[in-house]
Design a protein around this ligand. Sequence first.
Ligand code: FM0
Length: 325
Amino acid sequence: MFKGKARAYTNIALIKYWGKKNEELILPMNNSLSLTLDAFYTETEVIFSDSYMVDEFYLDGTLQDEKATKKVIQFLDLFRKEAGLSLKASVISQNFVPTAAGLASSASGLAALAGACNTALKLGLDDLSLSRFARRGSGSACRSIFGGFVEWEKGHDDLSSYAKPVPSDSFEDDLAMVFVLINDQKKEVSSRNGMRRTVETSNFYQGWLDSVEGDLYQLKQAIKTKDFQLLGETMERNGLKMHGTTLAAQPPFTYWSPDSLKAMDAVRQLRKKGIPCYFTMDAGPNVKVLVENSHLSEVQETFTKLFSKEQVITAHAGPGIAIIE
Ligand code: FM0
């Protein structure tokens, strides 16, 4: 019997990963850059044993169906191949999120599973290799191996596509990210399907590709010089462009709901009042607001009033993957 357990934190991209050039290997079209956060994480244990007849996957105490388990099985296969064994496994995963708000993240989940497999099978993979493996589960998971600011180098093949920490002289310790949780009835387009449809059909996708490198350069400059305004403006612009591409897809779609617009507008109003804060969004209606700790209370107050206390969650920079037990 081989056993391992790991914890990984979720991350939010300031420069987005949007589009793959290789679907099987999950090689992205562009580099991305994220901040790992302390408020949401996953703990995953894996046990490989000859007493299991099939792979099974428990998430938050519930045995998962075939579809959810299939992704996990394919991921386990990568590690079984690396270790040269064929034992079936049981995967027990727990998401730690402040509320049950649909924030369960594939990034933290697959990063934690990668770490657990590495320990269980005594593979001795270093963090860069672990990042490559996590990438095969879900692209954004490769960034959750590391804490703080993290860049995913798109690379050109399996070996060259991985994440690494961005030197920052602890700039991230000055920052907070406020999550505005927006309830939405709409059925979401998954990030996987959304980016595929965009790459294949959106006339705006080329515009995304043409400008993302410039955004990344500016964002790295902002980190280097600890320039919060440049950081925020670049993040907000990049996120808006990503969401712009979906409107020109065939068929078109958007992740924005009326309350997302309300939150974005509130961020703009706060700036007008002299409070520097900036927003970004991912493949769902939630809005994430980046702010310095010195202005955090004003942002929290605004969104608690506009929405509700339960809908506002504050995160700070978080650590990289940890092996537990
Ligand atoms: O995180 O198809 O990693 O950079 O969150 O599993 O590789 O779920 F919505 C924007 C994340 C996409 C941007 O995509 O896709 C980002 C996004 P997969 P992911």
